[in-house]
Design a binder for this molecule. Structure first.
Ligand code: ASP
Length: 334
């Protein structure tokens, strides 16, 4: 980038990229030390980040990402609003996040951030204290992407392992490998390399900041559960979800999109009672087509969203008061 250096905010929410292990060979058990760094402390450990932008550290709570959910999504949307308002010259915002639920937070923000500033999530597979940690370069690359004028209008982005991916499509696919984040069927949007950022394509589905969902007005999301299909699965979990007050259930079915027989009965019963059932699959790739059988059972389809992302979209749609036809439209647009 030429001329004035871009201003980028970095919000730290915790995760591996904030954790300190017992030593350089502590690659897996670092959670046991309980030591976590805040955003400013992570930046201080990687002073190279100051070479690519003026980075404003923003402290947030430091947690492992399995503990992240609706309350954090709302707080992050409000923080993005506040930063964009306070710094009219802000080029972009990076959010550091644990990798476990990173794809869910990225998609939730893609559905709810209304500020025009690019938002980029990053994380790490190895803590900053480990040999060959990916923390520093992932953070630096995310800052570069957030600072890039080309990142505008791309929706929320995810940057790890030199790759730029779309929030809607990306998934964590491996427990420990550095190349864990993948966008099945579609691939990366671009790369972050030593000489800068290169984009090759843009997402077409609706996303931030062009979204109809306003999380800022919500106190909670309606209960939406996920029913996982497997051989011999029965209707017990589905009936328990309904008894617990589920307003929606995402069926993580067999490919190309159906539950086990006893689950099907329980889900059809739930649909007759007004619970919105959305059929997805457990395979992590490919569309679910609206077959006659699914339509007769009263199920909607998740398109190609994974169950965990379909759950977020369904919850936001229900929170907005959408009925079945509206929900079907929403699944075809976002
Ligand atoms: N191992 C996870 C991570 O990569 C922990 C978490 O998700 O917070 O950050």
């Amino acid at each position: 980038m030429s001329g004035a250096r871009a201003k980028v905010a970095f919000i730290g929410t915790g995760g591996t990229m904030s954790s300190l292990g017992a030593g350089p060979l502590d690659l897996n058990d670092y959670g046991a030390t309980g030591q976590r760094l805040h955003a400013d402390e992570i930046l201080a450990r990687f002073p190279e980040t100051a070479l690519v932008a003026d980075v404003i550290p923003v402290r947030y709570r430091n947690v492992a990402s399995p503990a992240v959910g609706f309350a954090d999504w709302k707080a992050l949307v409000l923080t993005v609003d506040r930063l964009a308002g306070a710094h009219p010259d802000l080029a972009g915002i990076v959010i550091g996040h644990g990798t476990a639920t990173l794809e869910e937070t990225a998609y939730a923000l893609n559905l709810t951030v209304k500020a025009a500033v690019p938002v980029v999530l990053t994380g790490a597979q190895r803590p900053p204290s480990a040999l060959s940690s990916d923390t520093g370069l992932n953070l630096l690359n995310a800052i570069r992407v957030a600072a890039s004028p080309e990142a505008r209008g791309m929706g929320v982005l995810v940057v790890l392992n030199d790759e730029i991916q779309a929030a809607r499509e990306v998934a964590k696919t491996s427990t420990l490998r550095l190349q864990t984040f993948r966008s099945p069927d579609f691939g990366v949007l671009g790369h972050a390399d030593g000489d800068g950022v290169a984009f090759y394509r843009r997402p077409l589905r609706r996303g931030a900041p062009d979204t109809e969902f306003d999380i800022r007005a919500l106190d909670a999301l309606p209960r939406v559960d996920i029913a996982y299909a497997h051989a011999d699965a029965d209707g017990v979990a589905v009936r328990a979800f309904v008894a617990a007050g589920a307003r929606g259930i995402v069926s993580a079915g067999f490919a190309p999109g159906f539950p086990a027989p006893e689950q099907t009965e329980a889900l059809a019963e739930a649909a007759r009672q007004g619970v919105v059932v959305v059929q997805s699959t457990r395979v992590g790739s490919g569309r679910v087509v609206r077959t006659t059988r699914l339509a007769e059972q009263g199920f909607l389809v998740a398109d190609n969203l994974t169950p965990q992302k379909a759950r977020i979209l369904l919850a936001l749609a229900l929170a907005a008061g959408a009925g079945r036809d509206e929900i079907a439209r929403i699944f075809s647009e976002y």
